[in-house]
Design a protein around this ligand. Sequence first.
Ligand code: 13P
Ligand code: SF4
Length: 347
Amino acid sequence: SEEERTERIEAAKAELGDDLVVLGHNYQRREIVDHADFIGDSYQLSKRAAEADAEYVVFGGVTFMAESADIITDDDQTVILPSMEASCPMAGMAEALQVDAAWAELTAAVDDDTDIIPITYMNSYADLKAFCAEQGGLVCTSSNAHKAFEYAFERGDKVLFLPDKHLGENTAHRLGMADSTAEWDPWDPESKDTEAVADADIVLWDGYCQVHERFTEDHIETIREEHDDVQVVVHPECRREVVEAADIAGSTSTICETIENADPGETWAIGTEIHLTNHLQRWHPEVNVLPLCGDACMDCNAMRQIDPNYLTWVLEELIEGRERNVIEVEPREKELAELALERMLEI
Ligand code: 13P
Ligand code: SF4
């Protein structure tokens, strides 16, 4: 039963004591966030992982987040992901081989004194983070993408942003650079306009989040028709038109703060993963929290893979002295990826 499982998780946590910290991303199921020592967005979780001195960091999140935790924690700390199936599809949209090929083409398309700085969204694997560090670039999350762009333009002439084209486009708008973007579609080399790419200040890799891309302007129009006083907050992984039509756009922590700071009785529609919307309604019953897409459920399958039964299993195995589902980045990659993450933490 859920009650029994809850008792087992809490008993295992008590036994592991200070040797353990459980981190939970805002999109995790209720049965996971209820056991997390800290809940947050991907930037906050990477900071928490860096600050943690527990021997074991059990990560309620997806693979790229656990990898980042491993990169940023000390070598004697172990990061555990309760399910190895929790992989973000967007992170898989920029593979190292593809990026290497694109980089060769892109650098050949511009003149010798044009410096391109690659920036990767946190939602990417360690090899891409390492690549960005090697080329003078860095990592960003949705809460600091604009600062990462500023960092890059202080040091170079052009940005290659991977893998989320929507976050890239939304950030270009925020910086007043929307007129100088071009898309790079690695799956359709024929369609590439090399001249446009060479001219643009910001080149956007053609990746996207399949959860956030499904929100449309129609959803916003419909909800505004149905609720006179509704305000709309969305994640910047949503399409440009959706971000434009919303009242606020920001990371999952911005979405949380928006609801925390709302007055009782206010109505907010949320354009992000459904578990966070449900948590916010539970945590703030005085606010009317609605999913932006009505009953159409925007559920992240990768986040959902972290099943509470797996959490119980990895914790009980630790008590028996067995480390299961350890996430470990290869040392050379780790060193470079750490540099890219440190540059982000500094900005
Ligand atoms: P945040 O950095 O806003 O938590 O977002 C992570 C993510 O995966 C959004 O889809
Ligand atoms: Fe990846 Fe989208 Fe899921 Fe975030 S919500 S983990 S970007 S698939």
